[in-house]
Design a protein around this ligand. Sequence first.
Ligand code: COA
Length: 154
Amino acid sequence: MSALLKPQAMAFRPMRSEDLDALIRIERASYPYPWTLGNFRDCLDSGYSTWVGEVEGELAGYWVMMQAVDEGHILNCCIAPAWQGRGFGYSLMRHLIATARGNATVTLYLEVRPSNTRAVNLYQRLDFDSIALRRNYYPADQGREDALVMRLIL
Ligand SMILES: CC(C)(COP(=O)(O)OP(=O)(O)OC[C@H]1O[C@@H](n2cnc3c(N)ncnc32)[C@H](O)[C@@H]1OP(=O)(O)O)[C@@H](O)C(=O)NCCC(=O)NCCS
């Protein structure tokens, strides 16, 4: 099989401060209300679980989780626009879930915009349940948008 036909795999490694410039470029291209450089620095400095995924040596995605005892709160999960829609979000989340299980996490939580249907579908396929709605949680073009709270019991 030629190299071109081989399925691309995502390789994971811990996030480093040298990644921040690339991360912020992806973040700004991916979210209407992106994190700042300071948000990423704070997560690194706080010792949160912070990982990046590379495809063909290129930084293609990342996730950030805050752990409190046996609960994990997913703070960010992102695939760069050029790599979206090819199953890498699924790989990234499976890596996050495996890492959380390895850290003795029992329950994972996340918030997502209900309008972010690709993300909601992805979490549902990974067996996250919708457990609550936080009213007016996110900034939006017109006013605010609710957040769907989702939970996965590991
Ligand atoms: C949301 C996001 C992480 C998803 O990553 P992605 O790589 O684009 O998505 P994938 O290709 O893995 O998944 C796309 C679809 O295939 C499904 N899928 C992919 N691989 C799968 C697999 N192996 N088995 C089952 N389902 C799979 C997903 O559920 C999803 O369904 P849909 O297209 O019918 O909606 C990504 O689009 C992104 O970073 N968006 C911008 C930032 C963002 O919104 N982050 C989430 C904040 S809560």
